[in-house]
Design a protein around this ligand. Structure first.
Ligand code: PEP
Ligand code: MG
Length: 592
């Protein structure tokens, strides 16, 4: 039966594929494809793990003291029985044979299927057996980890970076994916993503968007309603997920998919076209990246440089061990060299809020932190609370500046004292490098304007910094008091709110009047529906995911900034967001 699930559109286009359900708690399980000739070896790994767990359970039973409650022995028997149950063993082997999943992935895929069956049982006793099967799978995963990957598989493993040999496209469905976990799915085999939770500008959504494949977040019930292997259509334009579509619906979406691919190909031809408006205003289009490996995509899209390198992704999922100075330096240098002389703006770590250092999903964050992490020890606050760590990062960034044009960007500043401490730390880092005779070049320093307090005291920032970059994702969150990662209030997350527009406008104007560079690097910059408005406000530098550059450029090529500027006063004076929007949509329509 066809069902539709509604969520928030995150990344454009249509994806059609078979659902791969991944539980949030299992996202750190290895997911990779094996070659056809490795299937038997992989099944062998699974068998060894099963024998190991069986021996463990047997010896636990033997070692049980005589006065142990009898239920304990019965429980171990249940676990032993489940371990050998066909529904777990045969079906898991089937995932390995048919899909070429590695053993860990096959096990977690099968666990999803079984967990669903248990959930649907009427009998309370049987329903509770779900916990047992989870424990057995947990033991098996641990046994597999102890055994390591098979030598052959390890040597030729195809992480998710390669296309699998199968014919059917796959789409990933999860309750929640932490930003760091999302990273491991970059350039993956998956043709689309759906998550139950998350707002449009949550960091999970941002990483999904950077992958340039259709995605829907905040789809609430999706992972409960969709089953392993269901056919799914993800409409990333409308934020709709269609499960088990009829042949007619499928055909309609295949047609739309082809149309949208043609449109992409057409847009890609703009790559070498200079980004200049109808009235001759040049507009700089920069890229947002998460890892140095993203730099080639930025170049391919025709970016004029990197406007935001979110360095915190280098710091995540390291079990408490943060990257040292040399490791960071190598990563920054790699990005700088990959950009081949174009500027690279490296933002110091923005850890905290929905980007914890440890792997943690949004749901876990919500449960673990009763206080509000978005208002807590985040970004520059975290860096200033870890002065040695901060100086180490500054030294690593400065060292990379000897290999190309580097700009330093500081997130989430609000206080004059933070500005002072930041420059003190920078001066000390430079002195340490000079003392050691380590070369570095002149580096421009910029401030992210993403807290309303900073936007309202913008003269202070343009006095101290060489440039400012508007982080509209957070600016909107903090101005409207809407958690950007919370889908339940996402309907109130409104970039067109007059308060937001005024803060953006005043920041751009103040920076331009002071002769300082100003850019927008929040998601607004990559959304072509905001391009006319931002141009009208005087913005001439936009930083976005590489995949968005062509669409924004197309809007720029069709815009007349002088005409747009005339409509700005009306937009800024109106109270109703819908009304503010209209004059700019009129302009867009008129230009099409
Ligand atoms: C922003 O807040 O707009 C921004 C670019 O930073 P991040 O999304 O990483 O918080
Ligand atoms: Mg931000």
């Amino acid at each position: 039966m066809t069902i539709q699930v509604f969520g928030l559109p995150v990344a454009r286009g249509i994806a059609i594929g078979k659902a791969v359900l991944v539980a949030s708690s299992r996202l750190d399980v290895d997911h990779y494809f094996i070659d056809a000739d490795q299937v038997e070896a992989e099944i062998g790994r699974l068998r060894e793990a099963r024998d190991l767990v069986a021996r463990e359970l047997e010896s636990l039973k033997q070692a049980m003291p005589g006065d142990a409650p009898p239920e304990l022995g019965a429980l171990l028997d249940v676990h032993l029985m489940l371990l050998h149950d066909e529904s777990l063993t045969s079906a898991t082997k089937q995932w390995i044979r048919d899909r070429h999943y590695n053993a860990e992935w096959a096990l977690s895929a099968q666990l999803e299927v079984l967990a669903r069956q248990f959930d649907e049982m009427d009998d309370d006793y049987l329903r509770e057996r779900k916990a047992d099967i989870e424990q057995v799978v947990e033991r098996l995963l641990r046994a597999l980890a102890r055994g390591g990957s098979s030598a052959l598989a390890a040597a030729t493993r195809k992480p998710i970076q390669q296309d699998w040999g199968g014919e059917e496209p796959l789409v990933l469905i999860a309750n929640d994916i932490a930003p760091a976990d999302m990273l491991q799915f970059k350039q993956s085999v998956f043709k689309g993503f759906v998550t139950d939770v998350g707002g449009k500008t949550s960091h999970t959504a941002i990483v999904a968007r950077s992958m340039d494949i259709p995605a829907v977040v905040g789809a609430r019930e999706a992972s409960r309603l969709i089953r392993q292997d269901d056919w799914v259509i993800i409409d990333g334009d409308a934020g709709v997920v269609i499960v088990d579509p009829s042949p007619i619906v499928l055909e309609e979406y295949r047609f739309r998919q082809r149309q949208s691919e043609l449109e992409r190909e057409r847009l890609a031809r703009l790559r070498h076209t200079p980004s200049v408006t109808l009235d001759g205003e040049a507009v700089e289009l920069l890229a947002n990246i998460e890892l140095p490996q993203d730099a080639p995509a930025a170049l391919r899209a025709g970016a004029a440089g990197v406007g935001l390198f979110r360095s915190e992704f280098l710091f995540m999922n390291r079990d408490g061990e943060l990257p040292g100075e040399d490791e960071q330096f190598e990563a920054y240098r790699a990005a700088v060299q990959a950009m081949d002389g174009l500027p690279v703006t490296i933002r110091t770590v923005d850890i905290g809020a929905d980007k914890p250092l440890d792997r943690m999903s949004l749901s876990e964050l919500r449960h673990e932190h009763t206080l509000n992490p978005a208002l807590g020890l985040r970004a520059i606050r975290w860096s200033l609370s870890e002065p040695a760590m901060f100086r180490m990062q500054l030294r690593a960034i400065l060292r990379a500046s000897a290999y190309g044009k580097v700009r330093l960007l500081i997130p989430m500043l609000a206080h004059a004292s933070e500005i002072r401490q930041t420059f003190e730390a920078l001066a000390r880092a430079k002195q340490q490098l000079r003392d050691a005779g380590t070369p570095f070049a002149d580096v421009e320093v910029g401030a992210m304007i993403e807290v309303p307090a900073a936007a309202l005291t913008i003269p202070l920032f343009v006095r101290h910094f060489d440039f400012v970059s508007l982080g509209t994702n957070d600016l909107i969150q903090y101005t409207l008091a809407i958690d950007r990662a919370d889908e339940s209030v996402s309907y109130l997350y409104d970039p067109w709110h007059p308060a937001v527009l005024r803060l953006i406008h005043d920041t751009i104007r103040a920076a331009r009047q002071a002769g300082k560079g100003v850019s927008v690097c929040g998601e607004m910059a990559g959304d072509p529906s905001f391009t006319p408005l931002l141009l009208a406000m005087g913005l001439r530098s936009f930083s976005m995911h590489p995949s968005q550059i062509a669409a924004v450029k197309q809007r720029i090529l069709r815009s007349d900034t002088a005409k747009l500027a005339q409509m700005l006063d009306a937009a800024l004076a109106c109270d109703d967001p819908q009304e503010c929007y209209r004059p700019f949509m009129g302009e867009a329509a008129q230009l099409h």
